[in-house]
Design a binder for this molecule. Structure first.
Ligand SMILES: N[C@@H](CCC(=O)N[C@@H](CS)C(=O)NCC(=O)O)C(=O)O
Length: 111
């Protein structure tokens, strides 16, 4: 059985919360790796080796490190490790979800 991904997150972070809930809901196995933003744990050298941008969310999958929540969703989906109900396989349905994922950066997150 492959080693589960490690998920670096903080519940203070909306994208982290969304991904954590999606993985639980979709029954994607992952190892919990909380990073306390209030303690500035994202700024340690140790975490910089996990995510060079020093933000949550990030994952480690074997030797592969990836940041940016939306990129993580697409990566896990391509690997068959993300719920097809949340991120569909059909080109049109996926495009509709992608439309929202691109829209939310400037219209929900920024504010
Ligand atoms: N677009 C990124 C946003 C990353 C981001 O801005 N994370 C914030 C929390 S929501 C963070 O880690 N802030 C800590 C810092 O800037 O030091 C994603 O979706 O993962």
């Amino acid at each position: 059985m492959p080693k589960p991904i490690q998920l670096y997150y903080d519940f203070l972070s909306p994208p982290s919360r969304a991904l954590w809930i999606a993985l639980k809901w979709g029954r994607t196995p992952f190892a919990d790796c909380p990073i306390a933003l209030r303690k500035f744990e994202q700024l340690t050298d140790e975490y910089k080796n996990i995510n060079r941008f020093q933000k949550v969310t990030a994952i480690v999958d074997g030797n592969f490190h990836l940041a940016e929540t939306v990129a993580i969703v697409r990566y896990l989906s391509d690997k068959g490790q993300f719920s097809n109900q949340l991120y569909p396989r059909s080109v049109e349905e996926r495009a509709r979800v992608d439309e929202y994922l691109e829209w939310q950066h400037l219209n929900i997150r920024l504010a």
